[in-house]
Structures are given as C-alpha cells and as structure tokens.
Design a protein around this ligand. Sequence first.
Ligand code: NG6
Ligand code: CA
Length: 508
Amino acid sequence: PLILLALVFVISINCKEKKATPIPETVKVEDSKTAKPNIVVIYVDDLGYGDVGFNGATEIKTPNLDKLANNGVRFTNGFASSATCTPSRYALLTGTYPWREKNAKILPGTAPLIISTDQMTVPKMLKTKGYHTGIVGKWHLGLGTGHVNWNEHVSPGPNEVGFDYSYIMAATQDRVPTVYIENGDVVGLDPNDPIEISYKENFEGQPTGKANPELTNMKWHHGHNNTIVNGIPRIGYMKGGEKAKWKDEDMADHFLKGAQDYVKKHKDEPFFLYYAMQQPHVPRTPHPRFVGASGLGPRGDVIVEADWCIGEFIKTLETEGLLENTLIVFTSDNGPVLNDGYFDDADTKIGKHTPAGKLRGGKYSLFEAGTRMPFFTYWKGTIQPSVSDALVCQLDLLSSIAKLVESDVRVEDSQELLDVFMGKSQKGRESLVIEATSRTAYKEGDWVMIPPYEGPTVLKDVQIEIGNSEDFQLYNLKEDISQQHNLAETNKEKLQEMIAKFETIRGK
Ligand code: NG6
Ligand code: CA
C-alpha cells in the first residue's frame, strides 16, 4: 500500500473577499485509499450555465445537482474549451487546446478518431498510476481510421486512447449509427442484418425525414431529415442493424446502469469513470416517467431526468461505500440551445426560464454562454463547501488530476490547478483562449476580447448570437457580465494589450 499524506485543512473564510485561506498541514495519516481516490467526471451535453438550481434556475428543479454543488466547490468562472461538443471533449481528455487540432470540429458519425493513439489523455495518465478507466456515454471524437465497418470490431476508439472499458454512442443522439458500442463492438448486432452507414447518400428504398414526414413522430426544423429511427429523423443514413438500435427513451436509464455497473465492478480498485450523459442535447426523449416533469417541454424534462440519474448514481457510490473516496467533477460540454433542429417546444415552452442565466449567446457562441459552464467539484469529507470565482477550464483537469495522483504528467495547455479544484486556493488561470465553430477569443482577468469575424451575428436556425462582428469587441465582465457594452473604442490600450497577448498564444 502507498503511503500518502492526507492534509487536513481548516478553511477560514473571509466573507468579504470570499477567499478560502489554507492553513498548513496539521495531520499526516497513512491511508492507502486516500492515495488513489476514484475520479468521476460527469459531463452533460448542451446544459447552460443557468439551467441548474445551483446557478439560480427556479423554473427547473435540479435538487441532486444542487446538493452536490452546494457541498462542493461551485465555480462561477468555469469554462469548457469550446462552444461545441467535439472540441470540448477533445480538450477535456487531452488537455490540449482544440484549435491546435484541425479536426476538432463537430464530427459526423463516420469520422475517424481525432485523438492520436500516441497522445496523452486523462485515462492514459491514470492507467500509469494503476487506475482502471472507463467511459459510459457519448463519445463524439471519431472512431476507426476512415472507413469503419460497423459489423466488425471498430478500432481505434476509446480503448486505444486510454479507456480499459468503453460503452458508448459513437457521435450524438441525433446522428447515425444509432447503436451502442461496447469495447469496439456494436451491442446486439445480428450478423444477418449488417449495418451500413453513409453521410453522403441514402440507401435505396429507405424512408427519410425529408421524403416521409408522415413516418416521423418528431418533426425536423433544420437538418435532421435523413434516416428515420424510432420515428425520429436523424443526421446521416443508416441501413440494417435493426436489433441493435437503441431506444431513445431508455438511453438515460441505460447509461445510468452502465455507470452504476462499472462502479460496482471496479469498486475494489482505483477507477476513473467518464460518465458522458446525452442530455439535454437533441433529440430530447425523456423516459415516460419524466414526461411533463418540468412543465417546460422535453428540454426541461430531460434536465430533470439527468438530475435524477445523477442522484441515483451518487446513491450507488454511497451504497458501495465509495463516496468519501471519490472526487466528482461535474460540468457541461457547451452552452445551451433551444431549437437545435427539431420542433420539440423547447423555445415555445421556455416561459421565464433562462438557460444561459445572465450570459449572452449560447451554444456555438463566442459570447460567455457558449463556454461558461455549470461546473463544480465534490468530494465528501475532503472538499469544503465554497464558491470559487477563479478562472478554470476543463483543459486543466489533466494536469490537476495528475498532481492529485502524484503523476508527473503535465500537458502544456493544461494548467495544474489542483488546489483551486479542491477549494484550497482561488488563484486560477490568468488567461484562456476559448473556441466556437473554429473562431477563437481571448479572456484575461475580468476581460474578454473577441476579434472581428465575418458571418451572421445571429445563427438564424438556432436564434443564437454567436459573436461575429466587423469590429473588435472588448468587454469587462466584472461590470458587464451580459456583454452589452463594447469597450473596444473607449479602451484602446486594453484592447491592444489583449490582442498582443492573444496573438502570442495563437502563434500569429
Ligand atoms: C449540428 C446539428 C445540431 C447538433 C450539433 C452538434 C444540424 C443542422 N445541426 O450540426 O443539431 O447535432 O451539430 O452538437 O445538423 S454537439 O453538442 O454535439 O456539438
Ligand atoms: Ca454538446
């Protein structure tokens, strides 16, 4: 057994500055369990800063999340690396800025794996420290090398970049193939009914959302009009694999069970679980138990469902006696969107709910709502409840978790901020480059600078302001969290300073 120092801190909170001051180590305990805490990253999909009770939502109830957030470190300035899924997930797992990887863009279900099998990843680092590593849920980082045959073993994928166990959907719930893949093999595949996938053309004689709207029970608004699976028209064409197709309404329960089973199976060894939930991404398909649960239509209902799943998952950790030995990180891959391609009442039933809170923009946006995420860390008995305004990014988890498990691995873009994640320090990053649909912007302290970009200011289909402007934009977020006052003209000095630093990092 490893000898480890368990540091017991008395946290004194200075209310005025909301800063936690660590008091030096007072007790040393030998405890092999503390040396290798389990680590669970719970990652939701398209959940906005304001979608959760712990960030002020009143119209949607998220009691399970609120309890964890309010007993952990709740970050008010915690960021995804990107305002869309694939790049954020790439950064989370590799600790590398997604704009360094040209393929880190929203991927079709047939895209090849974009993480190199030589690259460092969170699970790979943890394996060197004796961890068992697993992913259950959404992958969306590509599979194979370009021409996947879904009827054979699919590789490389999560198992080749650090996960001992994988139970995934390849891309997104709105994209084919609509099947689960366990350790590289499609689950429940009937060899007599092989799967064919194309993102270019339909297979002969197959109905589509576009040609056969009468066969759909969810209507497409933009995109999403190719193959119909379970009455839902998807992106991409799929033939065969009938028995292997997932049931959308069961997906939440299915992934929950996968996560619970993983924990039960690996409770006697240190484990890392990446529980990548699909809610509230489209198509929003709450289990019948949750239909109507929020009063805000399916988007609200699946958020309630996700909160319930997290509550159940925590119960499992508790029953297995693991809660006090498990660091939990909760966050989302990108900001909120209401109509993301289906008529599902997300926009019409929104009422007083504000998915982005006070933030401007949403998914796809360089404005704050694109990347500022609901974000907390929780570790029963080890992390003291606090609110942290420190700037942190999902990028930083790799180096910070490495420090936690006494690994020397550090990745350049990933800052080691373990004390911040543990609530022992408020000294986060000084700066951060954020990305949204291949555009980037620079944040430093209270400031954010968005360079000029061509293109529409509002992405019409989704009705989101994405940050494009002919002019530079400069905002002071301390005074103007909603980004209403562009200070680029009035504070030229700050603007020039921000541009210069941004260009240094981006290597211009
Ligand atoms: C977009 C889809 C959107 C969503 C997104 C990926 C269309 C018109 N829109 O291209 O519905 O699937 O990709 O979302 O197809 S993400 O959260 O995985 O990045
Ligand atoms: Ca997403």
